[in-house]
Design a protein around this ligand. Structure first.
Ligand code: AMP
Length: 578
């Protein structure tokens, strides 16, 4: 039966986007005006003396640049139940908890319906351009790897503490929006809104197989979830086939709400079970092309695939074979930023176009932060320069004003008069002992370089992280690698030297030469260690949807350090500077 869904007007959305991006400066000023008018009575703005003014100059002169830490006292008051106009005129009744994977600690970020409206803008924009390039059918389905709790945590005063994605899914307009952009999930709500991530994932896969002919895309917020799902598939395909053959759900699914939801869908289908079984037997050598083999009508695989997700692209391509990988959007729990309107470009080269109507954006030139002292001056959305790097500053419709997001972006061009940007890195340094300065990107480059030796031997880095070991003077870098296959000691020693040599920051190389930093240590961890880290993260009640492997483990992240240490199988010290 065909659902009665209005056809999405791709042309209209694209025309609107062209208009808005052409008039970006005015749209930005209007966006700021609207945010400030709507929140004129907020204590935060009043206290800083804005006095109802809404122009960019007054705004910038009255309101300081802030970080999350500066806003915490206000957020604490709201979470503690003070129901008044603290940061927005309409009191905040929900928060999004950030993943906490990039900086360790979870931030509580204000959420309101205005942010849902911006979510719709972002989804529709990315979809319109994707659909023009890779059209899908309005009645098709997607294997949408999304996870939401069926009961979001609340404070005693009823303030919701969800994740940004959970706040989106619980919005009454969510399902209709997804239908309109041809993105209905093959899994029923009882599977998506569940008490258990593992059971949901198993049933997502099962639903995907049952609706395999109708699946047009595989999606997740972050690419890591897609990889995790297909790695899980490799381990569970026989059980999945058995469920389909018998029409009986595995006893591993214990949540009554999931069992009820699946009972409507799962019927004995030996023919389908045999077909998938045969395919999996043929594929099980290396699972190359798994995605198109099980989903014959798939058009693309989509999710955020840049930044911390790039290390997973190789494996994702292995599963996807010739199915295009499309990176989707750029955003954070604080608010959305930009859409990918060039779906034909591979994720490694992709840029995102900022949506000027969803927030007010400012940019701090990195050159300014790196050197000169004194007042930090921001530039506006349309004033940025191609090729320059900036730290992003956001004013959102949910009560964040001139908020430093902590991301560094590079301007790669202009789409009409709106900048296109690439995520470069988190702004904080990750690896530093004395004068050395290495970022997440430097670490990724170093791991990528060393991984080439493994690739030559048909092995790969499954995942990685790092740690600064200061237990012995003068301290050294530790890189944890999970590797597929069985590399020899000789190969791993070579990788270790290569990791060390590939950090080319002069502060690091000079410190290494004068023994101001000890030799880099490679610690190889057991297979499945990073899976355990995700599982631990989920067991703390955090959302699997937003999981990003922390690329540096701080000394306070004792749980993760413990998991890593418990699973080390071998360690090597670099002799690169001996
Ligand atoms: P969270 O709020 O914890 O879900 O994480 C948001 C952070 O994820 C952002 O501040 C970025 O650092 C990162 N992120 C989100 N989207 C992208 C993207 N498209 N490319 C690279 N990094 C991203």
């Amino acid at each position: 039966m065909r659902d009665n869904v209005e056809e999405f007007d791709t042309k209209k959305v694209i025309e609107n986007f062209e208009r808005i991006t052409t008039d970006a400066e005015n749209v930005q000023n209007e966006t700021l005006k609207k945010i400030l008018e709507e929140n004129a009575s907020a204590e935060y703005l009043q206290k800083l003396g804005l006095n109802g003014r809404t122009d960019p100059e007054s705004f910038k002169s009255c309101i300081p640049l802030v970080t999350y830490k500066d806003l915490e006292p206000y957020i604490d008051r709201i979470v503690d139940g003070e129901f008044s106009s603290i940061i927005t005129s309409e009191p905040i009744t929900a928060f999004s908890l950030s993943s906490g994977t990039s900086q360790g600690k979870q931030k509580r970020l204000p959420w309101n319906d205005e942010l849902f409206v911006t979510t719709v803008h972002i989804y529709q924009t990315s979809f319109a351009y994707r659909n023009r390039y890779l059209p899908t059918d309005v009645n098709g389905k997607g294997l949408n790897l999304i996870y939401s709790s069926n009961k979001l945590p609340e404070t005693k005063d009823g303030i919701i503490l969800g994740t940004a994605t959970a706040n989106v899914y619980r919005n009454p307009g969510y399902k209709q929006t997804m239908k309109e952009i041809h993105s209905s999930s093959c899994s029923p709500d009882g599977v998506i809104f569940s008490p258990d991530f593992h059971q949901t994932l198993y049933c997502h896969l099962l639903c995907g197989l049952i609706f395999r002919e109708q699946i047009q895309f595989v999606a997740a917020t972050f690419a890591h979830s897609i990889l995790y799902a297909f790695r899980t598939f490799e381990q569970n395909w026989e059980e999945l086939c058995n469920d389909i053959k018998q029409g009986v759900l595995s006893s591993r699914i214990t949540a009554p709400s999931i069992r009820t939801a699946m009972s409507e869908i799962l019927k004995p289908d030996p023919e389908l079970a045999n077909l998938i079984h045969t395919k999996c037997l043929n594929l099980s050598n290396d699972w190359y092309g798994l995605i198109p083999e099980i989903f014959p009508n798939i058009k693309y695989v989509q999710g955020i695939m840049t930044g911390a997700m790039e290390p997973y692209l190789k494996k994702l391509r292995h599963y996807a074979r010739d199915v295009p990988l499309v990176t989707t959007e750029y955003g954070a729990s604080e608010g959305w930023i930009a859409s990918n309107v060039h779906p034909e470009i591979p994720p490694e080269l992709a840029s995102y176009v900022v949506l000027p109507q969803i927030a007010y954006f400012e940019f701090i030139p990195m050159a300014q932060l790196d050197g000169t002292q004194g007042d930090i001056k921001t530039v506006g959305l349309t004033e940025v320069k191609i090729g320059e790097e900036y730290e992003l500053v956001l004013t959102s419709p949910a009560g964040l004003y001139r908020y430093k997001l902590g991301d560094v972006v590079k301007i790669t061009g202009f789409y009409n008069s709106t900048p296109e940007l690439k995520f470069i890195r988190r702004s904080n340094l990750m690896l530093t002992i004395n004068i050395d300065k290495n970022t997440e990107t430097d670490l990724q480059l170093s791991v990528d370089t060393a991984a080439k030796y493994l690739i030559e031997e048909k092995m790969e880095v499954v995942d990685y992280t790092s740690y600064i070991d200061l237990s012995k003077e003068p301290g050294h870098y530790v890189i944890f690698l999970e590797i597929s296959g069985e590399p020899t000691d000789e190969l791993l020693a070579k990788c270790c030297n290569c990791l060390d040599k590939s950090f080319v920051d002069p502060g690091y190389t000079s410190s290494r030469k004068v023994k101001g930093i000890d030799p880099l240590e490679l610690r190889v961890v057991k297979k499945g260690t990073f899976r355990k880290i995700l599982e631990h993260f989920v067991s703390l009640g955090r959302s699997a949807t937003q999981f990003k492997t922390p690329r540096c483990v701080g000394p306070t992240n004792t749980d993760m350090l413990q998991i890593l240490s418990d699973n080390v199988v071998n360690n090597y010290f670099s002799s690169a500077y001996s």
